[in-house]
Design a protein around this ligand. Structure first.
Ligand SMILES: Cc1cc2nc3c(=O)[nH]c(=O)nc-3n(C[C@H](O)[C@H](O)[C@H](O)COP(=O)(O)O)c2cc1C
Length: 273
């Protein structure tokens, strides 16, 4: 099987593979992404952090505001405290590096304040969204950079379970919030992880206008692909993808404490107007 056919089979499952894909090394790296939650007990290569951050600073940024920051945590005790705040996920403790990506309006506030310039625009939800988008684009570039070095990563959305405690731990200034964490480490070859299939392209790609007419078919196809994936990986998962995705959105109790995020953001100094 050619490299492209194999990559597409892993990304989409046995069926639903798009045809005629262009192929190069960058695409190969992108398509073989998988989250890594088990790490070798080995430090990162020298300057890996700085390399990842240069990549993180390279994507587009809304109006070039660069409304994000990242806190690199390598101290074991701090990692353990953050792991507790983020759903007690053990792999955070074991990753040599835990990056906390921050939507950061505080730098813009300080800059404007120093010059005595107004900055009430920061009180609007739009600017928080800008910060979240900027932080996300930065983080994903860092992920690609890490993967290009042979490192593995996993995002940690659970860092939003306790936003105030996380802000206190990291001494974040007002108008800065942790959007997600990212564990970085050498993948443990004893516990390899597989590429997880994604929805058929037709479910997410709409041409000219939005069209969900065939969505149920695509989702059914994906439920089968994911069930086959779980069986292959010997993962015991109750129900299919539709079932557990629905569980995740059932109600405030499914949000692991994040149902109070809006109030927390207000307390962190975001105007939310
Ligand atoms: C913003 C974000 C937050 C995530 N948070 C967690 C998390 O807290 N714990 C975890 O184990 N995985 C987390 N993940 C990883 C996803 O579960 C994973 O990306 C998804 O299942 C697809 O698998 P893959 O990355 O291996 O393709 C997160 C992913 C993203 C993008």
């Amino acid at each position: 099987m050619s490299a492209v056919a194999n990559a597409l089979r892993l990304r989409y499952g046995a069926e639903a593979q798009p045809e005629g894909m262009v192929w190069n090394e960058t695409l190969e790296l992108l398509l073989k992404h998988r989250s890594v939650r088990a790490y070798r007990d080995e430090p990162l290569p020298e300057r890996a952090l700085e390399t990842m951050i240069a990549a993180a600073q390279s994507p587009a940024s809304s109006s070039n505001l660069q409304a994000w920051s990242v806190v690199a945590v390598a101290d074991q005790a701090r990692k353990e405290r953050l792991a507790e705040l983020a759903g007690a996920q053990g792999f955070i403790r074991r990753a040599p590096l835990f990056l906390v990506w921050v939507a950061d309006l505080s730098r813009l506030a300080r800059m404007a304040t120093q010059r005595g310039l107004p900055h009430e625009g920061l009180d609007y939800t739009e600017l928080l969204v800008v910060g979240i988008i900027d932080a996300t684009l930065a983080a994903q570039n860092a992920v690609i950079a890490a993967e290009s070095l042979g490192l593995g990563t996993v995002y940690v959305g659970a860092i939003r379970n306790r936003p105030l405690a996380v802000a206190a731990e990291l001494q974040l200034p007002p108008q800065a919030v942790a959007v997600f964490g990212l564990c970085v480490g050498w993948p443990d070859p004893e516990k390899p992880t597989a590429v997880k299939p994604r929805l058929p392209q037709g479910a997410v790609l709409h041409r000219e206008t939005y069209d969900s007419a065939s969505e149920a078919d695509y989702v059914a196809q994906y439920n089968s692909a994911m069930s086959a994936f779980y069986a292959e990986q010997q993962m015991r998962v109750e129900g299919d993808w539709t079932d557990h995705s629905s569980k995740r959105i059932a109600g405030p109790q499914s949000l692991a404490g994040r149902d109070t995020l809006r109030e927390a953001l207000e307390q962190l100094g975001f105007g939310m107007r």
